[in-house]
Design a protein around this ligand. Sequence first.
Ligand SMILES: O=C(O)C1=C[C@@H](OP(=O)(O)O)[C@@H](O)[C@H](O)C1
Ligand SMILES: C=C(OP(=O)(O)O)C(=O)O
Length: 747
Amino acid sequence: MFRRVAIIGLGLIGGSFAAALRRQGLAGTVVAGSRSARTLEQGLALGLIDEGSQDLALAVRGADLVFVSTPVSVMETVLEKLAPGLSDRALVTDGGSVKTAVIDQARRALGAHFARFVPGHPIAGKEKSGVEAADADLYRRHRVILTPVADTDPDAARRVRALWTAIGAEVLSMAPEHHDQVLAETSHLPHLLAFSLVDTLARQGDSTEIFRYAAGGFRDFTRIAGSDPVMWHDIFRENRGAVLDALGLFRDGIDRFQRAIEDNDSEALMGIMTRANSARAHFLAMNARTSYTRARHSDDETGMTQHSDPTFVVAPGGRLQGRLRVPGDKSMSHRSIMLASLAEGSTEIGGFLEGEDALATLQAFRDMGVVIEGPHNGRVLVHGVGLHGLKAPGKPLYMGNSGTSMRLLTGLLAGQAFDTELTGDASLSKRPMERVARPLREMGAVIETGEGGRPPVRIRGGAALKGIHYDLPMASAQVKSAVLLAGLYAEGDTSVTEPAPTRDHTERMLNGFGYPVRRDGATATLSGGGALRGGQLDVPADISSAAFFLVGASIAEGGEVTLPHVGVNPTRTGVIDILKRMGADIRLENQRDAGGEPVADLVVKSAPLKGIVIPEELVPLAIDELPAVFIAAACAEGETVLRGAEELRVKESDRIQVMADGLATLGVEHEVYEDGIRIVGGPYGGGEVESHGDHRIAMSFAMAALRASAPITIHHCANVATSFPGFAELARAAGLALEVQAPREDR
Ligand SMILES: O=C(O)C1=C[C@@H](OP(=O)(O)O)[C@@H](O)[C@H](O)C1
Ligand SMILES: C=C(OP(=O)(O)O)C(=O)O
């Protein structure tokens, strides 16, 4: 990419840059400029550089790229020294941890050449310093922030970006002031605290005593106090304003902590720590724009991006057997957090789904000031704040992959006194939100959606809502629920009529919390201005997750599976009705009521299936299970026809097309309609299937392998954790020959 690269300052950052260039073959000649002859000798001996010079103007002569990686305090002097040697076309970039100060220095030192200067900051490092610590992998999968300004040549910025990308880094751009503030909070402040804690303890009388007993917590917290004092000295001085602001913020936080301890305020203490716990997991996930649960288990703090979006490879055959407890119901888990938060008093929830979608809802309420303990093994304790007790979150609420979170919250937030903004991942950002915004506006809400009616959703607080009657244009429980939740805050009655029955968990659970919802045929009605009462709540296993095993055990030779304690609310059991019509052997045992929701143990045995025309009224009752039903259809004798299922096109992926593409790969005959599909059953093969990050697509094709003649490889399966954490392990324990592999991109 570059003929001759000059690296000025050959420490850990510069040396690692040289090593990476070398390894990727990105530079013809690498030359270093350094004050220290010894460093240059080391660089040559380590094979990192081809030439070295102590004269900086000489070092940069003829270079088409100059990377300055000296401490920020000497940056201006260094730039002044090298400037006379720069050729007109040379690009200059840097690795300084502070950007506004460096930009001012560069502007002064480089004069007309400043346009070719691209300020940068690779977020990577170690406690070790010096060229001998150089590491060709230091920047791989780490973030590099570029902070070009108005007079930076866009072509120069583009080339520097391309170089970092080629080195394997993830490149972001932001304004320099923003960079300095963000880094002050996320890097400079923690370093300052680590240095300060160790220094404070070391000053005490017998510090050897303290350090002898210092345990893991001390070691973890103070690891970065081993970093280079000179470098940090410079950073604290050069980023003075932002560091002081961050320190002020921290001082407020530590005061709050102190008061909570002084006042014996358990709730405040638990609030601080549970919020911190989950916020950490949430931020790591957001940054990686990927899996919440994986980020929760990652120990990485250094800006490392997570690419573990795994591939499932499922060998053909296998059988499914055993007693399998699938995780808690996702729809009910969302609602349990929402209603418990709005209730007076505490609510203890059991069986809560610790999947990413439900955790996104939980996090949103923490962000709005609700103290929530857990989840631990499905138990969550929510300290309700009452209908009017939520607080402004102070930042957009991130809903991840979850349509239910975003749509239900839009309704609920329409009635709050404060403004909010809801954002989501790439998939959620493509899904329609006007379907909820429209009826809510009729109620008086002030809501803006993004381009094409998609996220982000911005909700203005303080609107006076009035009850309406709404005829749902589509059979959607999310839209129904959004309107009913807004109705809690509306004057008078709010009622919704649905064109076909949809899941009624919102209505049932509101009644369970002592908030009456009346039902008259297809219409549900509530009156605003009441109150919810906290209590106990049991979330049964999710029939939508059980569905994969209902299909799997039906199609696998010798399959026999018991799924205990599954929710069998009649608005959710369409999948059982459809499979039974196809000839499946499914029995409901132990039917009972659990807190207002019917549950049963499902017993399913392998059976020959036949194709059917799926009755349209069953579609909304099996909406999320239809991808699994497609696999049953591919294994059935004859053809199965689905119509009236256009809603499948606006789920986490276009589930009609994405399933059709996968079926085509396997060699399953089918015909796609705008609102459905016709599938002809018969033997099929294997191949590589793309899930498009849609959990239900991934799990459906995993089950398909039970009857395939060759392995099925399914790409991008991370989002399985949105609804079914532990799917791969459970399926394997039951007999599916599923292996989780690193993503294609990482191999
Ligand atoms: O209310 C709910 O919990 C859900 C309703 C359905 O969506 P629609 O309302 O868009 O049909 C369903 O697909 C989703 O997984 C969960
Ligand atoms: C459609 C689904 O969920 P959501 O709309 O909440 O993203 C689903 O889980 O299949």
